[in-house]
Design a protein around this ligand. Structure first.
Ligand code: AHR
Length: 495
């Protein structure tokens, strides 16, 4: 099969906000305890952070990490994770039926983030708590004043504020699984008033209001409208969450996932702009896709977990090659929408639906999805350019009229490099690409890396950590995207 891809210098989507390469650490399963933090581990640093994990986090160049949840945040008292560790309470954690020891809290996590060269996207509890606790937390984290919560931070050993710029007003507040679920009008009022107070404490912060917890919610659309009508002037972003999967084991249908994500993003933009028009506002609400990934492999196994354990192995999806192709394709979609998607968090980062896995007390290894994330995060910085594509389409199950090839380009700020990210969604047929870089003279293909292989179900593990790794392809002759593959093509300007 042949496909034509034209990338034009004048087809600018947007300057890419690097925060679309963010991720997420929740107090859930082994993300924190046995993941980023394990004081007894042989690689632990002075604060108990695993350095073998830290190295892999740095390899992904994650600019920001959302914390501390997720569903966890809706029952969390942030004060429990501050001050003298020996006095911190051990508590029942109702979101994940676990025990939270509170050995790690914002005091430690802000230090981990610094060491990981990453910022924090902090979520406040709007499930069991409200505006008062949220504004106190902003004071604790960000204020220089000689006042109660800023002084409490100083007493705990942190003279300098943490300087957290981006804040989530709760998490998935429409879901009936959420601690303290709200109806749209309840959440809208609460988010508005909480956001107002938080910005009074620190006017430099930015706020994310919760959108629906998935496009499949019955309330999707109405929820977004209600929240924005109430809180438009006080918030900067609206959140999107969506997880993809192949529960029916139809791999060809699964390859259509990115088109589903694209529709979701377009629908949310339409709602934001409808409210903008109604309000005659100058401001556009930007999107924060702060939970996205593949998540389905661990569903059955998680139902068997005994309750009330510390750091039980929850949501430990073992990813395979087809998941990596889908994750790479989802990242292409985020870039294609980078004019409105300014923040995105791969959910999550370590052990919990994660690219990085650990053995508690043992080693680390990279899941298949580590690679498309890494290549896109490292090379997808600069200005995103639209790719015009002439190709065949396929229909399989619920995936209807899906373009076989999709792509997007990012030109680096100094224009020395053009990175093209491309996918061939047709599993049984290679695609030969006629690639035209319009308006870019003197660029040469210097690297072609691909996630491809015979066995779509192959994955990595601690025993076989390199079973599925990127393939280095020839850069001579025509560009061929293997049947069922995600690809990274680097073009360099000749000297
Ligand atoms: O990322 C796992 C969970 O998925 C989060 O806690 C929640 O927000 C979502 O339902």
């Amino acid at each position: 099969m042949k496909a034509k891809v034209t990338i034009g210098r004048d087809k600018v989507i947007s300057k890419v906000d690097n925060r679309i390469y963010s991720s997420f650490i929740e107090h859930l399963g082994r993300a924190v305890y046995g993941g980023i933090y394990e004081p007894e581990h042989e690689t632990a640093d002075d604060m108990g952070f695993r350095q073998d994990v830290m190295e892999l986090v740095k390899e992904l160049k994650v600019p920001m990490v959302r914390y501390p949840g997720g569903n966890f945040v809706s029952g969390y008292n942030w004060e429990d994770g501050t001050g003298d560790k020996s006095k911190r309470p051990r508590k029942l954690e109702l979101a994940w039926n676990s025990i939270e020891t509170n050995e790690v809290g914002i005091d430690e996590f802000q230090e981990w983030s610094k060491r990981a060269s990453s910022d924090i996207m902090m979520a406040v509890n709007l499930g069991t708590r409200g505006a008062d606790d949220a504004r106190n937390l902003v004071e604790y984290c960000n204020s220089k004043t000689d006042t109660y919560y800023a002084d409490m931070r100083r007493k705990n050993g942190f003279e300098e504020p943490f300087g957290i710029k981006l804040w989530c007003l709760g998490n998935e507040m429409d879901g009936d699984w959420q601690i303290g679920t709200k109806r749209a009008h309840e959440y809208a009022r609460l988010a508005c008033e909480t956001g107002k107070l938080m910005k009074m404490v620190d006017p430099s912060i930015e706020l994310v209001a919760c959108g629906s917890s998935s496009p499949l919610m019955d309330s999707f659309g109405k929820w977004e409208e209600t929240v924005l009508r109430e809180a438009y002037d006080h918030v900067d972003y609206l959140s999107l969450h969506s997880y993809y999967g192949n529960p029916d084991d139809n791999s060809q249908e699964y390859m259509g996932s990115a088109v589903v994500m694209d529709r979701f993003i377009k629908d949310v933009i339409a709602i934001c702009d409808k409210v903008k028009a109604e309000k005659k506002s100058e401001k556009s609400i930007m999107l924060s896709f702060d939970e996205w990934n593949v998540w389905f492999h661990s569903h059955e196994q998680d139902k068997k977990q005994e309750p009330w354990q510390v750091a039980p192995p929850l949501l430990e999806d073992m990813y395979n090659l087809e998941d990596a192709i889908v994750v790479g394709d989802l990242m292409i979609t985020l870039l294609k929408n980078s004019d409105r998607v300014k923040v995105a968090c791969l959910a999550q980062l370590v052990n919990v639906i994660a690219p990085i896995m650990t053995v508690t007390g043992g080693g680390v290894w990279k899941q298949t999805i580590f690679y498309p994330f890494k290549y896109t995060s490292l090379n997808g910085r600069g200005t995103a350019l639209k790719a015009e594509i002439d190709c065949e389409r396929f229909t399989e199950g619920k995936a209807v009229d899906i373009p076989v090839v999709d792509a997007v380009a990012v030109v680096s700020d100094d224009e020395t490099e053009i990175s093209v990210f491309a996918v061939n969604r047709k599993l049984d047929e290679a695609a030969e690409i006629g690639l035209n870089l319009e308006g870019f003279d003197g660029y040469e293909l210097t690297e072609h890396i691909s996630m491809e292989g015979e066995d779509l179900k192959a994955g990595n593990s601690i025993d076989e950590p390199e079973k599925v790794v990127p393939v280095n392809k020839s850069v001579d002759g025509s560009i061929v995207l293997a049947g069922g593959s995600w690809n990274y093509l680097k073009f360099k300007k000749l000297a």
